[in-house]
Design a protein around this ligand. Structure first.
Ligand SMILES: [Fe+2]
Ligand SMILES: [Fe+2]
Length: 192
């Protein structure tokens, strides 16, 4: 069985200094949200520390590992290979570290989101978007990073709506593909 401290060292070994710093920012933010919304802190810390564990694996290696795990990719994942790390990270969590589907899904959906997310999934998705080292928030947003964090702390579903809107806008501005799960998530949280 793996505990947070073991995974901390595993991840530190495979990520660059910059990405590890981002990861620790996500852990910190995720704990803040978990305290507010009563989520299990150990699960939150484990999902947060692992969320980008596959991000620095080459595209070729990622594709071959996903193939070995028997994971199919959809059209958008084939076109935007930045999405691969979420799916692969979830498989690593399950198969290498023997973690639950609940934790694996929080890793799997941290880039796209999806409809009707669990509290753990929302916390990881939002902590990734709002950790303190994120800098590009300022130029692109109506709200400052602190204001987004306050919105999330007040109402996590409103936070989801805001961050999904920001993320989709940002993808459009950068001429990138939008994954169908993000569109479904946007519609879902807009209606709520
Ligand atoms: Fe990521
Ligand atoms: Fe991340």
């Amino acid at each position: 069985m793996y505990y947070y401290d073991d995974l901390y060292l595993e991840v530190k070994n495979v990520l660059s200094e910059k990405r590890f710093k981002h990861t620790l920012g996500v852990v910190e933010r995720a704990i803040e949200y978990a305290n507010i919304y009563g989520e299990n802190i150990e699960n939150v810390k484990i999902a947060a520390i692992l969320h980008d564990c596959a991000k620095e694996i080459s595209e070729e290696e990622s594709l071959s590992m996903l193939n070995e795990y028997g994971v199919k990719l959809d059209e958008i994942e084939k076109k935007n290979t930045k999405l691969l790390h979420a799916k692969l990270g979830a498989e690593i969590a399950k198969h290498k570290y023997g973690l639950s589907d609940e934790i694996a899904n929080a890793i799997r959906y941290h880039t796209t989101g999806r409809e009707n997310m669990t509290m753990l999934e929302k916390i990881i998705y939002l902590a990734d978007a709002t950790e303190k080292n994120r800098t590009y928030y300022k130029e692109e947003n109506e709200l400052s990073l602190e204001e987004v964090v306050r919105l999330i702390e007040k109402d996590i579903d409103e936070g989801m709506q805001y961050v999904l809107k920001w993320t989709i806008n940002s993808l459009i501005r950068r001429n990138l593909y939008i994954h169908i799960n993000s569109v479904k998530a946007y519609n879902y949280y807009l209606k709520k």
